[in-house]
Ligand binder design. Structure first.
Ligand SMILES: [Zn+2]
Length: 87
């Protein structure tokens, strides 16, 4: 059966991937002393959506000026909900 071979390859790839990422995490923990996945992506500012409170990269955020202040949202929908909540 060919499907068995395909599945076996996929499992091996997955296990290999897990081992590599685990190894990388441990290695960078030793070097930097903190968890890499807790840090924001390098060179990218995170902004908080004031409506749903999630953090989004500035370049992907929806920007809207409200009362002369720049507010960043994860989506246009959140911005509209935020504005209608304020009223
Ligand atoms: Zn949002």
């Amino acid at each position: 059966m060919n499907i068995i071979k395909v599945l076996a390859v996929l499992v091996l790839l997955y296990v290999g991937y897990r081992i590599v990422t685990m190894f990388r995490r441990v290695k960078s923990q030793d070097v930097k002393g903190y968890r890499v996945d807790a840090a924001p992506p390098a060179g990218e500012d995170l902004v908080q959506d004031p409506f749903c409170k999630i953090y989004v990269p500035k370049s992907q955020a929806y920007l809207k000026e409200i009362d002369g202040r720049r507010q960043y949202f994860c989506s246009k929908e959140c911005c509209e909900k935020y504005l209608s909540d304020k009223k």
